[in-house]
Write a new protein. Structure first.
Length: 455
């Protein structure tokens, strides 16, 4: 009679479990004794230490090795001590069970009455998982209600307070010891519009008192510093305005990193007419007739050879051409935009706003993910789509006023051209990032077709 090929899987998530009688060694000893007493052939031991059963399966290395051997038809039965050593996530259970069934592999718990090798065992598992899912959903709803209440009250929910804040009576307030550093960080960023330069500046100036590189990046990404947490716009005392936070986000979303450090005046502003990517800068070398080498900056699409057809639409343009165009056209276009606003004031047709329905769809997606109804990859993909829809809808419904152009008008007032020409490249770049959102090209002529102000 052919022996049943058995795999032994054990897992422990915390030191507490290791000292409460279910350490890896204890589980292995119990499982080995059970396998031998039943005449099973042990073909392998698989163990994951320090990992909770709710962690992603791909993070459980020996679990993945076990699945690989099952898919190679090396195993007939998997032995575990208890169900929670095996699964706590309903979705993962059903996904893994499908693999096991495809390769005629069963599993069995030796300290609990679960056994997939019998019809009664499978029925019991399905009933218990249904109960567990119901309890998980109810717990999720209770936690959600508690968190929503705390969020509305402006209470700090989890973890240590962000750099620049301390927790007082469960709420975030500015930390007197580091407040000046955070203020200086934002001040410098809005001078240069460069995270890299800002972090270097803060680290050099404040030494050990400065935030770490990770913390500095978090400061520039975290909406808390604008006093916002999700839908609560008055969550805590802000360091910057929401408008400033949105500006940082817009610039960060277009961030590109050239292989060699050069200051490119328009590196985050130029849009490829073929694929919508941001053009990247590079230095072009040209040998002149007298034998000398001329260096000048140009821009091109970084994904020219992607699946998207760039034929006839490929833009490659010199920086000085863009600069001259902008210096000539930016002020007249500003006056044109202001004239349009003033002449159409009060004549805007009421638009159908789908913002609320998109937010409801995002809430529904969040709930499905918390309940384990969809995978993380599916959640990320769909959430990104909804986030883009929401942003597009908000921009479409935004009614722009003359006041929205106040900072732009200030930049282009007086003898602004003379002042601009005296700036170095770093400050010229900051000037364009403060005022321009994007510059577009005609796909046929490859010439600049227009630009948008950063309002």
């Amino acid at each position: 009679m052919k022996k049943i090929r058995c795999a032994i899987y054990d897992r422990v998530s915390t030191e507490i479990q290791a000292t409460s009688g279910l350490s890896l060694d204890t589980q292995k000893e119990l499982l080995t004794e059970y396998a031998k007493s039943h005449g099973y052939e042990i073909v392998g031991y698989y163990a994951d230490e320090g990992l909770t059963a709710r962690k992603k399966l791909q993070n459980r290395k020996d679990f993945q090795r076990l699945l690989g051997d099952i898919q190679n038809d090396k195993i007939d039965l998997v032995l575990v001590t208890k169900l929670d050593r095996w699964f706590r996530n309903v979705r993962d259970y059903h996904n893994t069970q499908a693999i096991l069934e495809e390769h005629h592999c069963n599993w069995k718990t030796i300290l609990e009455d679960y056994d997939t090798s019998t019809a009664d065992g499978q029925l019991k598992i399905n009933i218990m998982l249904a109960v567990a899912q119901n309890e998980s959903d109810r717990t999720s709803e209770r936690i959600k209600v508690v968190f929503e209440h705390k969020k509305r009250n402006g209470e700090h929910l989890t973890g240590a307070a962000p750099y620049g804040y301390i927790t007082v009576n469960k709420k975030l307030v500015k930390d007197p010891a580091t407040e000046h550093i955070v203020n200086d960080l934002f001040r410098y960023y809005f001078l240069t519009f460069s995270k890299r330069q800002t972090i270097l500046y803060i680290t050099e100036k404040y030494g050990d008192a400065a935030p770490t590189v990770y913390q500095a990046n978090r400061i520039l990404k975290n909406e808390t510093y604008a006093g916002k947490y999700q839908d609560n716009l008055d969550y805590c005392e802000p360091y910057i305005s929401l408008k400033q936070f949105e500006t940082i986000n817009d610039i960060s979303a277009t961030k590109i990193h050239p292989t060699t450090y050069q200051v490119y005046l328009f590196s985050q502003l130029l849009i490829c007419p073929a694929c919508g990517a941001h053009l990247t800068g590079y230095v072009k070398k040209q040998k002149l007739k007298d034998g000398s080498i001329s260096l000048y900056k140009r821009y091109k699409c970084p994904i020219k050879f992607s699946k998207i057809d760039h034929k006839g639409k490929y833009v490659c343009i010199t920086e000085s051409v863009i600069e001259n165009y902008m210096l000539e056209h930016v002020y007249p276009e500003l006056q044109n935009q202001l004239y349009k606003i003033q002449t159409t004031k009060g004549k805007h047709a009421k638009k159908k706003d789908a913002t609320a329905s998109i937010r409801e769809e995002m809430d529904r997606l969040n709930l499905m993910f918390r309940k384990g109804r969809i995978s993380e990859d599916a959640y990320d993909t769909e959430y990104d789509v909804l986030e883009k829809k929401l942003k597009t809808e908000q921009e479409r419904n935004k009614i722009v006023s003359v006041d929205d152009y106040a900072h732009i008008r200030e930049e282009f007032s007086g003898n602004w051209k003379d002042i601009y020409q005296k700036l170095d490249d770093t400050h010229k770049r900051a000037f364009w990032r403060r005022t321009i959102k994007e510059i577009r090209f005609d796909e046929n002529t490859h010439k600049i077709s227009g630009f948008k102000f950063l309002i």
